[in-house]
Design a protein around this ligand. Structure first.
Ligand SMILES: Nc1ncnc2c1ncn2[C@@H]1O[C@H](COP(=O)(O)OP(=O)(O)OP(=O)(O)O)[C@@H](O)[C@H]1O
Ligand SMILES: [Mg+2]
Length: 394
């Protein structure tokens, strides 16, 4: 019949496409034995019927924080199966960034029929305590990307969760794990880490090329047809992803290359499939360059980003005004025009912004139009808001 569809679903190369999906967690994480060991040590007490644990996990983007914690929660529940009923709720605070949204998510996950509408945080906490006590189970709450919650609603909920057993005769109701990217450590430092205990802070590093190789190899072995890829292909993908240290990138490369080869009717991945996929990846300016910018360059960029959340372009004149507003906010005296211009050039050279020169509408000159095609201005602004105070203190 319609032969142009023949290649779809033929599975020449991708035998299990779901293996490359965001939610897939392999049975065994490769190269993270030390980190797993450390995390387990923080939960040494959980085997006891009144015990609990706490951990804060931080690390760069794609370093496997979420995978590490999800794997741990599954493994520990299985391991203690006979001893204790362990439940787990994973909340991504990017999607639930207020105390009540987080609580609603926890309750809904545990009891989808629970009438939580209109209930306040205190009532939801009481429901949670009752629920766990009735079932005689222990709950591990994971607050992933917790910086979103801290920024929006502060740390109140975290304390209330940690003190859930106060005023009750039971202890050990709940364990708490918080996950966040490394660059917001400042934000976590006072609010969370000092209270959770420094020994409960697990810092994990980005992956090296060798680490990425093992991850790519594992995914390829599970998800691709045997014989459709060589070691060389895995090597190429891990080299390409190495500057980012991001496991997600190496996995996307393997998947992308596999799809490309299939679409071309081949049964084997060749180097060009990897290379052509590399160029489609979003550039890594985000992780590479922002942290190294001088303070005033950050202030300027923050002004630009805030405006670019609502508009596609900012003119250089507007950028300068926005910069002045940001300087006032951070109590800095603004630099002169020449310095602003120098910073704009620097941002252009690092491909953080792009500029286009246009004739002004009234025909009286030219102006620069600044845009940000490679990154989300709201993400960059959020990061700058935590980076700038640290940079200014130095
Ligand atoms: N050691 C590992 N072994 C196998 N797969 C891994 C390993 N580490 C990470 N991965 C995989 O890499 C991808 C990214 O990992 P993960 O989502 O855990 O990163 P993250 O540190 O939480 O990133 P982010 O900061 O963006 O939230 C996932 O698909 C995960 O399954
Ligand atoms: Mg994550």
């Amino acid at each position: 019949m319609t032969s142009y569809l023949d290649r779809i679903g033929a599975g020449f190369i991708l035998s299990k496409p779901e293996v490359f999906g965001f939610d897939y967690i392999p049975e065994k994480l490769v190269g993270r034995e030390n980190e797993q060991q450390k995390l387990a040590e923080m939960f040494i007490g959980i085997g006891h019927h009144e015990g609990s644990g706490r951990a804060v996990v931080t690390g760069p983007v794609g370093s496997g924080k979420t995978a590490l914690v999800k794997r741990f929660c599954i493994d520990i529940a299985k391991h203690l199966n006979e001893k204790r009923n362990i439940k787990n709720v994973h909340v991504n605070c990017r999607n639930a960034s207020t105390s009540s949204r987080v609580m609603q998510k926890i309750i809904q996950d545990l009891d989808p029929g629970h009438p939580d509408r209109g209930l306040g945080v205190s009532e939801l906490l009481t429901s949670l305590r009752r629920m766990m006590s009735n079932e005689n189970s222990h709950l591990i709450v994971v607050l992933d990307e917790v910086d979103h919650l801290l920024r929006k609603s502060g740390d109140d909920l975290i304390y209330r969760l940690l003190r859930i057993d106060e005023d009750s005769d039971k202890i050990g109701t709940l364990s708490l794990i918080m996950i966040s990217q490394e660059q917001v450590l400042d934000l976590l430092e006072n609010a969370v880490i000092s209270r959770m205990g420094r020994t409960n802070h697990l810092r994990i590093g980005g992956y090296t090329e060798e680490g990425l190789f093992l991850i790519a190899e594992q995914r390829a072995n599970i998800g691709l047809v045997k014989g459709s890829f060589s070691d060389q292909i895995i090597k190429l993908a891990s080299q390409a992803a190495a500057p980012s240290g991001d496991a997600r990138q190496v996995i996307e490369l393997i998947e992308g290359a596999g799809k490309r080869a299939e679409a071309n009717g081949r049964t084997q991945i060749i180097s060009e499939d990897i290379q052509n996929t590399v160029v489609t990846l979003p550039s890594n300016v985000d992780t590479l360059d922002i942290e190294g910018l001088p303070a005033h360059c950050m202030l300027l960029l923050l002004g630009i980003c805030r405006r670019l959340r609502r508009q596609e372009f900012v003119t250089s004149g507007e950028a300068s005004k926005l910069y002045h507003v940001v300087c006032e906010e951070f109590e800095q005296s603004p630099k002169g025009h020449t310095t602003i211009w120098k910073h704009i050039k620097r941002l252009m050279q690092s491909q953080i912004i792009e500029t286009r020169t246009d004739q002004l509408d009234d025909g009286r000159g030219r102006t620069q139009h600044i845009s940000m095609p490679h990154m989300l201005p709201s993400d960059v602004a959020r990061r700058l808001e935590t980076l700038i105070p640290a940079r200014l203190r130095r």
